[in-house]
Design a binder for this molecule. Structure first.
Ligand SMILES: Cc1cc2nc3c(=O)[nH]c(=O)nc-3n(C[C@H](O)[C@H](O)[C@H](O)COP(=O)(O)OP(=O)(O)OC[C@H]3O[C@@H](n4cnc5c(N)ncnc54)[C@H](O)[C@@H]3O)c2cc1C
Length: 423
């Protein structure tokens, strides 16, 4: 969205900082109410991160059970006040056609993240009351009487009685990620849980998987902490030069990072039973009780024996494994191959940083905020939304759902309060 033509007046009713998912949703609510609002975004365009979501397809939300970490009870409270159905109604009101998948994930039916952003931007472009300023980084926030003053990097100051901070977290800095405003809000008395990369790739020992970099396969991964299984996740996995990526690896990164920081020995075990049709192709977290490495090994061994009997040793892996993987196992005994295919263990050496992370864990402690309104319990008139709060979700649309819901609730309440204070 280009910088607005008319200079905004410096004391609107509401200032929204951040034109990402939650800030744009909040601005649309303010536009519907005709509330005089100024949205400030530091990037040249709003919604840059949104365009990259779901590999450009935007996994918009999830209609399933909430799957949140950090202040997860707070996230459930938010979604009780504004759940996936309400969020879907909001988008349908903007004209977006949504496709719901059987597992609860929802996408724009067009398969284009750009369609989601277009709906939001068009609503704001049609609005007479919401002004958008891009390339405008907010540096300072302070209390002025009952309201707020903010100063931008360029030295401009703005005032408003109500302020919504939708500035996200430090994940994906190339797409606008930054943690600067969380520290500003901590300065107003809010508690801050340190940010860490979450939903990021795992760095592992790569020698056993040398040559597989770039290969995408379905897998089930189990994370071990000091030799004890602690978490498991299934879905698409990507071998990389430094280790493992893809949804199922990223979903283990939070616990891997915590374990490594605590000095524990972390390992990940890879099970490719799905490739042989011996396990359902799941795309979700898996309970440890659902994993059974011994049973998977025996099933695979039996499968390979029968297959060798039918096709012969030379054709054993043809049509079963990607060629790069077949090269890894074809010289092994059937026992060793079954072991490699169901329980290959790699040492986890690290978790990739904010640059490679989809979300950050940590943020402002939610005990300082009301889950029904997102208003600060310490500073009335201040609202915080989305990833700036200490909530992060699993892959599958949970992070955007939380962002939309918090944006809608915060602006809904700010609009109500502004109405009350009008003469
Ligand atoms: C590659 C990638 C893929 C993803 N895919 C999905 C997915 O498919 N489904 C899903 O649910 N989640 C996905 N996520 C996560 C999701 O995008 C975020 O959780 C969500 O965008 C958070 O919304 P937000 O409003 O809190 O912050 P953001 O969307 O990050 O918006 C914050 C905005 O504030 C601006 N800003 C920051 N500081 C300032 C400042 N000082 N002054 C002015 N402006 C500022 C930023 O430039 C940014 O535009 C993905 C993330 C990435 C990186």
């Amino acid at each position: 969205m280009p910088t607005t033509q008319r200079p905004p007046k410096n004391k609107p009713d509401l200032i929204i900082i951040g034109g990402g998912a939650s800030g744009l949703a909040a601005a649309c609510v303010a536009a519907d109410a005709g509330l005089d609002t100024l949205l400030l975004e530091k990037e040249e365009r709003v919604g840059r991160k949104l365009l990259a979501t779901g590999n450009g397809r935007c996994n918009l939300m999830n209609f399933g059970e909430p799957a949140y970490w950090g202040d997860s009870a707070f996230a459930r409270g938010v979604l009780t006040a504004c759940g996936a159905e309400e969020v879907a109604r909001f988008f349908e009101g903007l004209g977006l056609v949504i496709r719901r998948e059987a597992d609860g994930r929802a996408y724009p039916a067009s398969g284009q993240a750009a369609c989601v952003l277009d709906c939001l931007r068009t609503r704001l472009e049609d609005s007479q009351s919401v002004k958008v300023r891009t390339s405008c980084t907010v540096r300072e926030i302070w209390r002025r009487g009952e309201g707020f003053s903010i100063r931008t990097q360029g030295g401009e100051t703005f005032e408003a009685d109500r302020l919504i901070v939708s500035a996200g977290g430090p994940a994906a800095p190339k797409l606008g990620g930054s943690e600067s405003l969380a520290a500003e809000l901590a300065g107003l008395g809010h508690r801050l849980v340190p940010f860490r990369p979450a939903l990021s790739a795992l760095m592992t020992d790569t020698a056993p998987v040398k040559g597989l970099s770039g290969l995408r396969v379905p897998a089930c991964l189990t994370l071990f902490r000091d030799a004890r299984p602690v978490s498991a996740s299934a879905g698409e996995m990507l071998f990389t030069e430094y280790g493992l990526s893809g949804v199922c690896a990223m979903q283990l990164s939070r616990e891997a990072g915590e374990g490594l920081d605590a000095g524990a020995a972390m390992e990940v075990s890879l099970d490719f039973s799905t490739l042989a049709g011996l396990a359902a192709p799941l795309m979700r977290r898996v309970r440890i009780e659902e994993t059974d490495a011994k049973a998977a090994y025996h099933k695979m061994l039996d499968f390979l024996r029968r297959r060798e009997g039918r096709l012969g040793a030379a054709r054993l892996y043809t049509g079963l494994l990607p060629r790069m993987m077949a090269q890894k196992v074809q010289a092994l005994s059937l026992q060793k191959a079954a072991q490699w295919l169901t329980a290959l263990r790699l040492r986890v050496t690290g978790v990739r940083g904010f640059d490679a992370a989809q979300v950050s864990s940590g943020g402002l402690s939610c005990s300082d905020f009301d889950p029904g309104t997102l208003q600060s319990r310490l500073v009335p008139g201040l609202y915080v939304t989305g990833e700036t709060l200490n909530v992060d979700g699993d892959c599958g649309g949970y992070n955007l759902l939380f962002a939309w819901a918090t944006g809608l609730l915060a602006a809904g309440h700010a609009v109500q309060e502004a109405g009350k204070s009008r003469p």
